[in-house]
Structures are given as structure tokens and as C-alpha cells.
Ligand binder design. Sequence first.
Ligand code: ADP
Ligand code: ZN
Ligand code: MG
Length: 525
Amino acid sequence: MKTLEEVLQDWEAVIGLEVHCELTKLETKMFCGCKLEFGAPPNTHTCPVCLGLPGALPVPNRAAIQSIVLAGLATNCDIEKHTMFYRKGYMYPDMAKNFQTTQGPKAFCMRGHLDLTVDGRGAKERLFWEDLAEGETSENMTRTADGYVAHVGITRIHMEEDAGKMVHIGGGEGRIAGATHSLVDYNRAGTPLIELVTEPDLRTPEEARLFMHKLRQIFLTLGISDCSMEEGSLRADGNISLRRRGSKEFGTKTELKNINSFKNLHDGLAYEICRQAEVLEEGGKIYQETRHWDPSKKHTIVMRVKETADDYRMFPDPDLAPYDLSDEFIERVRAKLPELPDQKAARFERDYGLSSYDARHLVEHRFTTEFFEEACAEAGDRAKELAKPLANLALNDISAYVNAGEGIDFSKTAFSPARGVALVSLLAEDVISSKQAKEVFAAVLEEDKDPDAIVEERGMKQVSDTGAIEAVIDEVLAANPDKVAAYKGGKTGLIGFFVGQCMKAMKGQGNPKLINELLAKKLDA
Ligand code: ADP
Ligand code: ZN
Ligand code: MG
């Protein structure tokens, strides 16, 4: 099979996502008063409504409607005031009613969009953006200084309910194949769920991953869900087809179901692009089917061929009155919108003079955002002056630390925002070098002490005394007359050697900026 890079030379990928998000922050289910709780003993949160008993009548959860309107406003959707709930018929034991209550052709939220900023390594998957001039737009992409912005349409966000959970006993890895019997837990049945559907506007697996990531940050900021991909409260289906470069027509798509991590979304789509290209290049045909990405085997397998919409026998639910949202309701929800990640990034640029790159990456994760904001608050008047080193600390050291230890809650470590300010102050005042700053960072986490105390204890203070540095430089130059001659003869790269020797003589405590300056002065004299 060809690599993704090779395939994308000849083929363009067309990707659309369907994202399901459980509204886990709500107290109760979508159409009944049963409690929402993950991991409760099986079938302890059920009632006649969510068990589909005859005669039980549904009552919509008002807080759930507020949540979906919030999600719609945050993703630039139009809010539809007049919508209805529909019944989508299907027979499976995980839904005792034999239908799922969902929305019809009109959803609460329609016609939204999100803009993705793609740069660095991620931009490499989309070809040809480098042919555009900065600011120039082609199709849904606008070139930036170091990448591009992709404008991604959102078709709709509709409200529906989750099904219960099946547990298959006796088969391999909990699968139904080979099972002797199956159990069903209805605790999850009726959980409020929103489904967001994008236009087929994504062009690379990386854009799909970034979209998902951005959406997750927005939903977390709105506080409507815990968005846990591991626990399944946020999951994505990836629809994908290929077309020859230059062609405008869409090819037949396949759908990857229930992807539960960002990596799987990227890797599953990347594999599927390569598989489809191989089939098409060999003269084969792509069938519209649902496939399953197996991350351990690194391939996709067919789950089922696609049913058509008619199979669901959708019709308006006679037990639920049509909706008529008022302007006041929508405005009350709008007033609850918190500052969204893009707005926060813009504020970081504006108020602290950060680059758009730094600002954007800071808001990508909650731990970097929170650390940076709290540290700036601690820094008070000096926030603007210390913002850049604080951003570096968050994006480099703190990110590396958190990524190395999965699931670490950085706000619970010994490295508080106040200690962050103390550390970057030592650096800004040239008390310690950036190399020493890394050592102090690690020591604070390990020993739970203030940066100043660590610098004191370890005698780390950087030597910025010009007299002392000059003395060392003189010694180093005297000891290496051949290298000094070579430098004067044009081998100016030797400056690094001299700096290294001076640093060594000063046991790493010399101020590198001063050493460089003074060395250059002496050598160029
Ligand atoms: P279906 O009727 O199969 O459910 P939809 O038109 O409802 O298909 O689209 C479902 C998802 O698939 C959407 O996210 C949409 O953007 C995406 N999609 C539609 N057509 C294609 C295609 N040819 N290639 C890739 N994705 C597509
Ligand atoms: Zn119930
Ligand atoms: Mg569809």
C-alpha cells in the first residue's frame, strides 16, 4: 500500500465528521427524571419512560435544550425556533422503546462553522497551500504566514437520546460473536445526546483531528459535557471518500464508526485513504459501507453495508409537542456564553503581546490556559513583561511534563502559578540561565520548594559579574592560542567552542549572554 503522502499527490480526500456528545453535566435524562450517572450499578437509574413501558409519556429536559442552543451559538449556528422531535425506528434490545427519539430535517442548530488554524507538521498533509500568497484564499482555505486556516461548515447539531449498553458474556473481548448470552443495562438509555454533523469540508486526517480537538475544547468551555473519549461521552464517526485531484465530483464514501481517540481518528482516516486509493487504482469500486478501525491491527474491516434513511421510518413523535423557542429564551442562553478558546487567544495576543502562535497553542489545553491565566494574575503589573517566558514555560516544560505522565492534573502539582512567576522572574533578571531554569522546574516539582529556595540551596546563581567572567575568558583564550588564531583567520564558528570552555570553567554558572558578548568583544578587538 502507498503511504498517505504518496496517495495525496494524486488524490484529494473528502472528509465529514459526525460527532456525538453526551450532555454528562446534566442532572437527569432527556425525557424522564432518572439520574444521569456513569458507572452506577446496572439498571438502577430507570423508570417507565426510559424503559419504554406502555403509556409512559416523555417530558423534554429544558436544561438539555439550553445546552444544545449554547453549543449552536458557540459554533456559529443559526438557532431554529420551530423544530420537532421524530421517532427513528429500530429494533435492538439496547433501546426498549424500539425507537430513538431524535430530530427530523430541521435541528435546533443549523448552518454553523468553525475555522481551523493549521500549521507546523500538521499543515504538511494538505498539499499546495504553499502556492498561495499570505492572505490568499482558495476554496475553503486561506494561507497564513506558516500554514493555513480551513473554514469548516457545520450542517447541523441535533438533539437525541442515547441507547442502553449491551454486555455480551462468553464471547471474546466482550464481543457478541461466540457469546452465550447478553445482558442489558438501561442506565444510559435516554441520556441527552447532541450530534453535530459537518459538511464534507475537511481534507486531511489532521484537519479532522484538529476539528475534533477544537470542538472538544469548546464543549468543555461551555461546561455541557466531560467530553471523555475513553468513557465514550464524546465519539466521532469519520466519513471519507477520495476524488482525483482537480475533480469536483465526490466519490463514494465509507464511514468509520465510533472512533474513541484523536489518534485513532487520524490514523483510521489515514489508513482508509490509503486503502481506498489502492482499491480505486486497481480498478475496483468503493462500496458505501460502515467500517471499524482496529488500532492494534492497524486496518479497517467492514461492519455493515449502509442502510438507507428509509429503513428508519422516521416520523414526528406524537407524544412530543413541536418546539417554539422564544427570542427571550435564546438571548438568555446567549448571555451565558463564556469566553471561548478563540476569543481567549485573541485576548492573550492583545493584552499580553503574545504571538498568535503562542496564544493559539496556550488555549488548546485547559492546563496550559489555566496556568497561564493564573500566573499572569499573580504577576500583576509585570504580567505583560513576563507573559512570553510564562507562555514558553507552559508550552514547553509544563506540556512536556504533562504529556510524559498521562492523566496528570498539573494544577495539583507543587508547581503553582506563583512559583511559575518566581521562576521566570529569576530568568528575566538573569539570576539563572535557561538551562538552570529547567533544573529548577524539575526540582520544584520534586521537592515542593520555591524556586528561590532551590537556587539558593544549590548555589545555582548565575555569575553576571563582568570582572569574574573576563578573567575566565582571558584564561581560556590564553590556553588555546591556535584556536584564537583560527578564529581571527575567519573560522568564526569557533565562538561556540570558547563559550563552552568558559561555561565549563565556571561550572555552568556563567551568564551565557554576557560570556558571548565579552568573548566577541575580546576576539574581535
Ligand atoms: P448519509 O446519508 O450517508 O448519512 P450524509 O449526507 O447525511 O450521509 O452525510 C453524513 C456525513 O458524511 C456528513 O458529515 C457529510 O459531510 C459526510 N459526507 C457526505 N458525503 C460525503 C462524501 N462523498 N465523502 C466524504 N464525506 C461525505
Ligand atoms: Zn427514566
Ligand atoms: Mg445522514
